[in-house]
Design a protein around this ligand. Structure first.
Ligand code: SF4
Length: 368
């Protein structure tokens, strides 16, 4: 009886989300942590239908170029954080970056995502010059930067140099949670400030979270949904938390607390990421939502499940193979096979199996 009552409520929340694109906090929580398989399947089906209505069966591809693994920050969960002495550091030369872009362009890519650790003021000129050169050489391509926090004037320089989009995941919107994942000196308030600046400057802006990260609570994730609902990012990045061996969270999957009581910590991270993709798709029908590399890493069919849950972007790795393994944000991060530019045929075949095709369009999106 109680179960039927809960299922009816969840069905009404689903209906409301589909119709209005918005729910109250407790309603999001009820859907996200539902124990009813039918509810979850309906959530994914609705999100999938909405994605098909907006984008058809096309999935946008972005070329992910990891330009440097040097970072001035020390986020406690991150494999390339400053204090990790067990990795080989690199910063690609301009020539190697341009060669990678040329090769990717020939394969069909029309968006380059330049990602790296936060290098700080000394690197501003280098970033600006390389952005300008890509803009000059490939005027028909979109340039996305994902390089961390900078001053307002620096973001403006990046914009003037030709960058169209900026990704800066806030990771968690709860200051208490943020403080447990980051060292003193890093502040959530500043990250949020940066996101506002990026929007104000006219970047297509992306943010997002690590799902099922250490110390994260159900209410934290609901807080993230509410924050993203208000912020209205053009891109929403959601990755399941995956531990890195050189961090204090190396054994988190073994000792952490699962957010779904019938699943392991790891399985809950995957499951909640998929549910969040669907919820955000219903909230933001036109948003760019990747089926992330972390999703493909945590499960062999993670990428395809992400697409079927409502994601519409995949970001194959176009970084020179000789340094790819050095950009290890977490353990076993995929950078070959269908996650790489060389594996496009494999990627296309995987998409075809679930009825989708690659789109080489830039796939720009802006709110009215
Ligand atoms: S998460 Fe980003 S900012 Fe933090 S240490 Fe890693 S690369 Fe640097």
């Amino acid at each position: 009886m109680l179960k039927n009552c809960r299922m009816n409520m969840e069905a009404s929340f689903l209906d409301k989300l589909q119709r209005s694109g918005r729910l109250e906090a407790e309603e999001y929580k009820s859907l996200l942590f539902s124990r009813d398989r039918e509810t979850v399947l309906s959530l994914h089906a609705m999100a999938r239908e909405r994605t098909l209505a907006e984008f058809g069966h096309s999935v946008y591809l972005r070329g992910l170029l990891e330009i440097s693994n040097i970072c001035r920050n020390d986020c406690l969960y991150c494999g390339i954080r400053r204090s990790n002495g067990n990795i080989r550091r690199y910063r690609l030369t301009g020539t190697r970056i341009m060669d990678s872009c040329r090769k990717a362009y020939r394969s069909g890519f029309r968006t380059f995502v330049l990602q790296g650790g936060e290098l700080g003021p000394d690197a501003v000129r280098w970033i600006t010059e390389i952005t300008s050169e890509i803009r000059r050489t490939f005027p028909d391509c979109a340039i996305t930067l994902s390089l961390g926090e900078y001053e307002d004037s620096v973001y403006a320089e990046f914009r003037d140099a030709g960058a169209d989009r900026y990704l800066l995941r806030h990771e968690t919107s709860d200051p208490r949670h943020y403080a447990r994942l980051h060292p003193e000196g890093m502040s959530l308030a500043h990250r949020m400030y940066c996101l506002d600046v990026l929007k104000r400057l006219g970047f297509q802006t992306g943010t997002g979270i690590m799902v099922a990260s250490p110390y994260q609570t159900a209410d934290d994730i609901v807080g993230d949904i509410l924050f993203i609902g208000k912020f209205r990012p053009e891109m929403i990045g959601l990755g399941p938390f995956i531990p890195h061996k050189d961090t204090i969270f190396a054994d988190y999957w073994d000792r952490g607390q699962s957010l779904l009581d019938d699943m392991s910590v790891r399985d809950a991270a995957l499951e909640l990421t998929l549910r969040l993709i669907s919820i955000f798709r219903l909230m933001f029908p036109r948003a760019l939502i990747p089926a992330s590399t972390a999703l493909a890493t945590i499960a062999p069919d993670g990428r395809e499940r992400g697409i079927l849950a409502g994601a519409n972007v995949i970001m194959p790795n176009i970084t020179p193979p000789s340094v790819r393994d050095d950009y290890a944000l977490y353990d076993c991060k995929l950078s070959s096979g269908a996650e790489s530019a060389e594996g496009l045929r494999e990627l296309a075949a995987g998409l075809e199996r679930i009825g989708y095709v690659i789109s080489w369009d830039r796939g720009d999106f802006r709110y009215e």
